[in-house]
Design a protein around this ligand. Structure first.
Ligand code: TXA
Ligand code: MG
Length: 344
């Protein structure tokens, strides 16, 4: 199959592909998504095939208007309505009880459905143009970092899907916050740009699934979002995170990097705008500024992809505070590092 990489003005044709049961990759404010008609089981099945994704890992249904919630969900709690009003359109996915009509192929056989209204105007325009609700996971090959540019999608999906809509680099760079609203207490299943504190300011107490908030490999807890149990976001080289006092972290990374270089390995270092000048070896990249955690989130996945392009064997990275957005950043980085974290 030939994959067309087109600008957002090709929306009409994109909508036709979705209606015909085909796949279109499109930008959202978080990461690029790989979309199909959510109510068409065969279309959803194509997503799993293109990504090489395990079929028990459910998809997020993307909507463009508030009324579409009731197409896919029922018994929607008042508290869920409140956070949808507060944070939609935006980087928040809400788990709700699913309507019978949503195929198992979309929800991986679950009785619940994940729903999100993206704020990216191109994403919403595509949903409206298609006159469908769109099931979309991140548009990467399963196990690779999520795509934040159309070029990343092309790397993974070329020849596998008919069309990629290029809306330029995404704004946020990490996937939406997922919150389960079907239990007693709202539960964050995946941390993201919308933080626990932001949710709590609207609906009171919210918990974080212990499987996604720890700094060590969750052994005795099973992640409640099926997708969070798979190895994710991982570069091919070995990623090692170092945390502690800034000066000690820099010294430790320099020491370890030099050691590996002397052994003949290709070594990369991920620092920040504030620290990058103090590293003295390896291929060095700044992931952004500590003053602006948004910039760190925005660059994270493209840097992890670049580690593969550069065929690095070892990558040493600084780690990030775990408050607010830092919690979401560290969740992704720890997974990418297989929880390899050194404290100095
Ligand atoms: O920002 C995002 O959410 C992006 C863009 C494209 O919207 N999408 C995304 O989709 O990250 P994906 O498939 O890569 O991640 C969806 C996550 C998976 O971990 C999946 O297991 C979880 O959502 N999920 C989906 N439906 C669920 C459900 N009913 N219950 C619990 N977790 C669910
Ligand atoms: Mg994904």
């Amino acid at each position: 199959m030939k994959t067309k990489l087109v600008k957002m003005d090709a929306l009409k044709e994109a909508g036709e592909i979705i209606r015909a049961g085909g796949l279109v990759a499109f930008p959202t404010e978080t990461v690029y998504g790989l979309g199909a008609d959510a109510m068409n089981s065969e279309a959803a099945a194509k997503i799993y095939a293109a990504k090489g994704r395990p079929s028990d890992n459910p998809l997020i249904v993307h909507i463009a208007d508030m009324e579409q919630v009731d197409l896919v969900a029922e018994n929607v709690p008042d508290q869920a309505r409140k956070i949808m009003e507060a944070f939609w359109p935006g980087p928040l996915t809400v788990i709700l009880n699913k309507k019978e009509t949503v195929p198992d192929g979309t929800t991986g056989g679950l009785k619940t459905v994940a729903v999100r209204m993206p704020s990216h105007p191109g994403a919403r325009a595509l949903i409206r143009e298609s006159r469908r609700v769109i099931a979309a996971p991140s548009a990467n090959t399963s196990g690779r970092p999520s795509p934040t540019t159309a070029g990343h999608v092309m790397e993974d999906m070329n020849g596998k899907i008919p069309m990629i809509l290029d809306g330029g680099p995404v704004g946020i760079g990490i996937e939406s916050t997922i919150v389960d609203m079907t239990g007693e207490v709202p539960m964050i299943l995946r941390p993201g740009y919308i933080t626990k504190a932001m949710l709590e300011s609207v609906i009171g107490t919210v918990q974080i699934d212990p499987a996604v908030s720890g700094r060590t490999m969750p052994e005795h807890v099973v992640a409640k979002a099926p997708g969070m149990k798979y190895r994710h976001y991982a570069p091919k080289g070995k990623l090692i995170l170092v945390e502690g006092e800034p000066d000690k972290v820099i010294a430790e990374i320099n020491r370890r990097a030099q050691e590996k270089e002397q052994e003949g390995f290709r070594v990369g270092i991920i620092g920040t705008d504030e620290s990058i000048g103090q590293y003295c070896t390896g291929i060095r990249r700044s992931i952004g500024s500590r003053e602006h955690p948004d910039s760190v989130a925005a660059n994270l996945y493209s840097i992890l992809r670049e580690c593969d392009t550069l065929a690095l064997d070892y990558i040493y990275s600084e780690s990030f505070f775990e408050k607010g957005l830092g919690n979401a950043i560290m969740n992704r980085m720890l997974k990418a590092a297989g929880y390899h974290l050194i404290t100095v």
